[in-house]
Design a protein around this ligand. Structure first.
Ligand SMILES: Cc1cc2nc3c(=O)[nH]c(=O)nc-3n(C[C@H](O)[C@H](O)[C@H](O)COP(=O)(O)OP(=O)(O)OC[C@H]3O[C@@H](n4cnc5c(N)ncnc54)[C@H](O)[C@@H]3O)c2cc1C
Length: 373
């Protein structure tokens, strides 16, 4: 019998679970409060790696590295189904002023992640004041790091889900559920009710808010990130740059993203001049030409923040047929394929490739919240 799953939330987490379940023969309906992919999944940068991968807990690395390996094939399948280009680009990432570069290189070697001390070719436009030269440069070049243009990936994923027969219902805020014993039978929106065999909650930064009849994941909270966008000539920069919490992401068409802030400011998506100035000044320290340009766009998004950046991918604590895929914090685009695979395995009772223990609901409750860099 084909099972019908309702996925609540149409960001990259919800859409990638929908895509995984459809490929396994499930029937899927995504219920999205606004427009699919318009929240954090639109606002992010699309770097497909933790920024300094050696600084994270092993559960982050395990999920990220499995996803990073899967990404080329995963994107290719989505592009083939949708006919849309997600702009996957293995452009590499250069991290500057790395605190302990030898340890970073050793971590990369132990995790089969390509890493070098040499500079990539073609960085002539960088500021001469940057600490790039000589052995003292403390830099690590990660040539295998890729990016996607995340709004385009989400558009492709959305179209692929529909191509495989998934339904996406927008402007459809879920307000609560009805249950019989240990199972949810009905999901209620403001306008109508949906029957379901199973439910996936992928509500991003809003996962910490309860729905009527369904406990919230108390450890997830919104962490605002502001970004700037500049327009340069194509080819002005062809690798991601990172230094002291700031990064520059070049797109192939010359657009350049500068990010980002980490702000514990509730559900407020406002931008402010102080952050714009800080981001702009920091970006001009990488590329002096940016000091003469004005950003063409400035926005903020709400990351689904979680303790230690470890997401919750598990059965809901209260019901047998409700599952969660949330709390990916800074790396939800990176972690999407492996998170969806893990959740789909758990839903189908299959032994997952990754150890599911660190991503359990209870494991998240035992962690303490600190806002990392
Ligand atoms: C500035 C910034 C930079 C980032 N850069 C990167 C990066 O370079 N690489 C990377 O991997 N990640 C990055 N991220 C993080 C990444 O964007 C997120 O981790 C990821 O998008 C989370 O996806 P999601 O689907 O869980 O959440 P979202 O995209 O926020 O989707 C959740 C969806 O649920 C919907 N929803 C909520 N409540 C309800 C309800 N009751 N009923 C129906 N729908 C509901 C929302 O409307 C929303 O569309 C960045 C994020 C930001 C903000």
């Amino acid at each position: 019998m084909t099972t019908h799953t309702l996925v609540v939330g149409g960001g990259i987490s919800g859409l990638s679970v929908a895509w995984a379940l459809l490929q396994r023969g499930h029937r899927v309906t995504v219920l999205e409060r606004g427009q699919a992919g318009d929240e954090s999944s639109w606002a992010g940068g699309g770097i497909l790696s933790p920024l300094l991968p050696w600084e994270y807990a092993e559960p982050v690395s395990a999920l990220a590295l499995r996803s990073m390996a899967a990404y080329p094939g995963w994107v290719a399948a989505i592009e083939a189904a949708s006919g849309l280009d997600a702009e996957y680009w293995r452009c590499g990432m250069l991290a500057l002023e790395v605190a302990m570069p030898e340890q970073a290189l050793a971590w990369c070697a132990a995790h089969a992640m390509a890493a070098k001390r040499e500079l990539p070719a073609g960085l002539r436009t960088l500021s001469p004041t940057l600490p790039l030269q000589g052995e003292g440069g403390n830099r690590v070049w990660l040539p295998g790091v890729a990016q996607v243009r995340n709004p385009r990936l989400v558009a492709a994923l959305r179209a692929a889900v529909e191509r495989l027969g998934g339904a996406i219902r927008e402007q459809c805020p879920v307000i609560g559920v009805l249950a019989q014993g240990p199972r949810v039978t009905t999901v209620q929106t403001a306008a109508e009710s949906f029957a379901a065999d199973s439910v996936v909650l992928a509500t991003g930064a809003w996962s910490g808010l309860g729905l009527a009849g369904l406990a919230a994941m108390p450890q997830i909270r919104p962490i605002r990130g502001q970004m700037l966008l500049f327009r340069l000539e194509p080819g002005a920069l062809d690798t991601i740059l990172y230094r002291n919490g700031r990064y520059l992401i070049p797109r192939r068409d010359g657009h350049l993203l500068v990010g980002s802030t980490l702000e514990d400011a509730g559900f407020d998506k406002a931008t402010d001049d102080a952050a714009r100035r800080r981001l702009h000044e920091d970006a001009a320290e990488f590329l002096p030409q940016l000091s003469r340009l004005q950003p063409v766009q400035h926005w903020a998004g709400l990351r689904p923040g979680s303790p230690d950046n470890i997401p919750v991918i598990d059965r809901h604590t209260d019901f047998d047929n409700v599952f969660v895929d949330t709390g990916h914090f800074r790396y939800g685009v990176t972690m999407a394929p492996a998170s969806a695979e893990l959740l789909a395995d758990l839903m189908e009772g299959k032994a997952p490739v990754l150890d599911p223990a660190p991503y359990r609901w209870q494991a998240a409750l035992q962690r303490n919240w600190t806002l990392e860099r």
